[in-house]
Design a protein around this ligand. Structure first.
Ligand SMILES: [Mn+2]
Length: 491
């Protein structure tokens, strides 16, 4: 990582007094020069540069898909100006940031991956015109070219100009400096996205909860291009499962859970944009911990290995798939028994994913199987009916999480929808969701017989609701114990 201070010209003061006491050539100032203030350097840096390839990173099909998304949003707010911001990279410390990822609503509407950008939909007749505002890049002749770590082309790499973005996105693209002018008559405008960029034109503006809700609800039904992206995400994720399985011997002998986490994350970064959420690798007693992202334990050869992983594509759609493998390649009797029950629950859940069914139907179907199985094992202190009633829920001790959610640009997609449109809604063709029942017997849970303590199993698939039923996008991975053992052996 290169220190940006050298470009900000603060270095060197601490040496000034020591240097002053020593004889120095008359022409040398002991302080490091401020490059921006050296006329000869400015002149020299302004010329002699060719033009690098400045094609913006825009995936095929994005322009048409985002145009259709804008039309759907515009139809929901006729006559209203809509402003959605991309946000900026969170600060890590001082002048270093975490990786930037555009706000999902901004990307859904614009197809643009630029930081500190804004898309504006302006009423025009019965529809809306759209303009994307992006920070101007700094090219040769501008001191920021070499002196600005955020926008200088020597710092960030080839930087598309307005015309490059416009051609790739099929949109009007303007420098962000013109945003204020565009919004001058923006009374009653709806503001969305991520507002951390400090653009003056958006100062004092507040996010519209109504806009956030409508965007989430519009994003629930995926178009063909989005479904294709999700297929790509799932396929790349299954490749990641293969990479991870092959590394189990190294994880056991060398690196533990983090070796596998790193293996998947490298795969995701190589074949997509990166992991769509923090990769969960839980060996042995870590498997029951729902979000075990610490991953600082060993991989124990005779224990289960829970892998919850998703590749996010370069168009930011993510998969979310979980399988639980025996690290040794063979389930023990107790591990197998738990896995079989979760599998039965999962199959019941999958069967309930159909258009026209209530969104909660798969949850109800899967939970009933879990409660009956736990009761058969003598693990419920009450009857199955009592446990399943709204006043009981004892079976949820071993499964406190939700067991499915919408999936798309965000792993927990469409979360700002109304209750009526999400949990209270019906499944429709084009929706993509996860079904993910599990059983989580913590090592310190004294209600569980010793042979089950420390066993955690989750099976999670990504499912497209179709007009005739559903399609499991992640069905290249088996869901039964024998199938998983065979799948491991074949890797
Ligand atoms: Mn999930």
């Amino acid at each position: 990582m290169t220190d940006t201070r050298m470009s900000q010209e603060h270095a060197g003061h601490e040496h000034a007094s020591a240097a002053a006491s020593m004889p120095a050539p008359a022409t040398r100032d002991p302080r490091l020069p401020r490059l921006r203030e050296v006329p000869a350097f400015l002149d020299y840096m302004a010329t002699g540069w060719g033009t690098p390839d400045r094609t913006p990173p825009v995936e095929p099909g994005v322009a048409a898909a985002s145009a259709a998304h804008r039309a759907r949003l515009g139809a929901a707010f006729p006559g209203r100006t809509i402003v959605v911001a991309s946000g900026s990279a969170p600060v890590r410390a001082n002048d270093t940031n975490y990786d930037f990822r555009p706000d999902s609503d901004f990307f859904w509407l614009s197809g643009c991956s630029a930081e500190d950008a804004v898309v504006v939909l302006t009423p025009a007749g019965t529809a809306h015109d759209a303009t994307v505002f992006v920070p101007a890049p700094a090219y040769p002749g501008d001191p920021d070219f070499f002196g600005n770590a955020a926008h200088g082309e020597l710092w960030v790499g080839s930087a598309p100009d307005m015309g490059d973005w416009s051609a790739a996105l099929g949109l009007d693209v303007q420098p962000i400096a013109r945003l204020a002018e565009k919004l001058r008559r923006g009374d009653g405008m709806l503001v969305g996205g991520t507002l951390n960029s400090g653009h003056e034109a958006l100062a004092g503006r507040h996010l519209s909860p109504e806009l956030g809700r409508v965007l989430a609800e519009l994003r629930m039904v995926k178009d063909e291009w989005e479904v294709a992206e999700l297929r790509r995400a799932v396929d790349a994720t299954i490749g990641g499962f293969e990479s991870v399985i092959r590394e189990i011997p190294n994880a056991i002998s060398l690196g533990g859970e983090r070796w596998l986490q790193g293996t998947f994350d490298r795969h995701a970064r190589t074949f997509g944009n990166g992991p769509g959420y923090s990769t969960i690798i839980g060996s042995a007693e870590h498997a029951p911990t729902l979000h075990w992202v610490r991953c600082d334990g060993p991989v124990k050869p005779d224990e289960l290995l829970l892998l919850d992983m998703g590749v996010e594509t370069r168009a930011y759609y993510t998969a979310d798939v979980t399988r639980t493998f025996p690290a040794s390649g063979t389930f023990s009797a107790a591990q197998r028994e738990v896995h079989d029950l979760v599998e039965a629950s999962h199959r019941a859940g999958l069967a309930a994913v159909r258009p026209g069914r209530a969104f909660t139907d798969f949850h109800t179907a899967a939970m009933e199987v879990i409660a009956r199985g736990l009761s058969d094992w003598g693990l419920l202190p009450v009857s199955v009916d009592e446990a399943l009633s709204a006043d009981g829920q004892h079976h949820r001790r071993y499964l406190v999480c939700g067991i499915g959610h919408h999936l798309g640009l965000d792993v927990h997609d469409c979360a700002r929808s109304s209750y009526e449109a999400y949990q209270g809604g019906e499944m429709q063709p084009g929706m993509v969701l996860t079904v993910e029942p599990g059983l989580y017997f913590h090592a310190f849970d004294e209600t569980v017989p010793p042979e089950l303590r420390g066993i955690g199993v989750r099976i999670e698939d990504d499912i497209l609701v179709t007009t005739g039923g559903s399609e499991v996008l992640s069905d290249a991975l088996p869901i039964d114990a024998v199938g998983l053992e065979e799948w491991m052996r074949a890797r």
